[in-house]
Design a protein around this ligand. Structure first.
Ligand code: CA
Length: 244
């Protein structure tokens, strides 16, 4: 989302959330609190049972609801992801753009079929460090690789194809990153591309227009809410048909 689009979060439905985010960011700044992902890591390491992925996710949910909001995929949209991962063939390869604190990485890893692998690309070094730590705590370091780097530079270096791609990073990169995946033959016919946060509030019209009109995808819109809130959001699920 570009800076000019933050006005979208000033609607009556979103305003209490926006003000609360402003308040907690100010409190953290004034008290010299560590970055939010570090706070989450400490909380999860203190409260979750190592090697228990479900408990790690529950503890991240608890942190998000009781301490500080985390932009994880969350308990509403998460099961949708899990269901799709569960249908993938043996040895499936999954790509995630935007690891953040590792919530979705743990959720995806938990449902990967035998021999499946997840590559998660994260541009923020703090988030990448936390994601690795949380994936490790859940016991999934063997099947998840967190790569520190920008998606635009990293995607062309990856080996594909990917059976499922989860776009959950900067919304203005969704379209160009998807086009890079196409250009570098990192999708196969039948690959599923799941784009989070494509509700009106995020201004993802360009991406939605692309997957719906370029002729290479069968695309479906699933209404949802922003994790841990009642603010309307949506997920777009697009199945790659192949072609030029
Ligand atoms: Ca998201």
């Amino acid at each position: 989302m570009q800076l000019g689009q933050y006005w979208r979060f000033l609607t009556p439905t979103a305003l209490p959330f926006t003000l609360e985010q402003g308040r907690t960011m100010l409190v953290d700044r004034l008290t010299g609190a560590p970055p939010r992902p570090f706070q989450a890591r400490q909380f999860v390491h203190e409260h979750a049972t190592p090697g228990d992925p479900a408990d790690v996710l529950r503890t991240l949910d608890r942190f998000s609801l009781e301490v500080r909001f985390l932009m994880s995929v969350g308990p509403e949209k998460g099961p949708l992801m899990s269901e799709m991962v569960g249908k993938l063939p043996e040895g499936a390869r999954v790509l995630e753009c935007g690891a953040y604190c590792g919530y979705s990485a743990v959720m995806i890893a938990d449902r990967l079929p035998a021999g499946g692998r997840l590559v998660s690309v994260e541009v923020d070094p703090i988030a990448a460090e936390v994601a690795r730590s949380i994936v490790d705590l859940a016991g999934y370091s063997d099947r998840v690789e967190v790569i520190l780097g920008g998606s635009t530079e990293t995607i062309p270096k990856l080996a594909g194809p990917f059976d499922l791609v989860f776009l959950d990073h900067w919304k203005e990169l969704y379209t160009t990153d998807l086009q890079t995946l196409e250009k570098h033959a990192l999708l196969r016919p039948g690959s599923v591309v799941v784009a989070d946060n494509v509700g009106e509030i995020f201004g993802a019209e360009k991406y939605l227009d692309y997957v719906r009109t370029c002729g290479r995808y069968e695309s479906e819109h699933r209404p949802a809410t922003i994790e841990y809130t009642q603010i309307p959001d949506a997920v777009e699920i697009s199945v790659y048909r192949g072609g030029n």
